[in-house]
Design a binder for this molecule. Structure first.
Ligand code: FEO
Length: 134
């Protein structure tokens, strides 16, 4: 069974954002699989990709916040920044050999993403719909 899979309850109702969330879910799942195989080369590549794609995705949402003058922009951006810091911290400690990877870390990434999508991203649905987001 995959460590993390898409569930329709995660849908925020916009194809572009759902697709980005699906990609993040797959990246975390792939990272978990690489960790189970102790494939450090794949882990390094996947962690770098996860950091890059997370920044891309958050940037995408934040551009819409600014464009639509979304009311919860500041709080939402703070959550994004904290997660990027966490991923970059894990990445740099892993690359310098100072971090022993554990399922706790992948569980943190998974739980954070699900909580964020369902609890925080869902809040912009109405604003985005009102602005005719596709
Ligand atoms: Fe989909 Fe706010 O991240």
């Amino acid at each position: 069974m995959a460590f993390m899979t898409w569930d329709d309850s995660y849908s925020v109702g916009f194809q572009s954002i759902d697709d980005q969330h699906k990609k993040l879910i797959k990246m975390i799942s792939d990272f978990y699989n690489a960790m189970q195989k102790d494939d450090k080369g794949a882990m390094k590549v996947l962690l770098a990709s996860l950091a890059d794609y997370t920044k891309y995705h958050f940037g995408y949402e934040e551009t819409k916040f600014d464009q639509f003058k979304y009311a919860d922009t500041i709080a939402h951006k703070k959550e994004h920044a904290a997660f990027v810091d966490k991923v970059l911290d894990v990445k740099s400690r892993f690359e310098s050999g100072k971090l022993v990877m554990s399922t706790e870390i992948t569980k943190f990434l998974k739980d954070w993403l699900i909580h964020h999508i369902k609890g925080v991203d869902m809040k912009y649905r109405k604003c985005f719909q009102d602005n005719n987001m596709k």
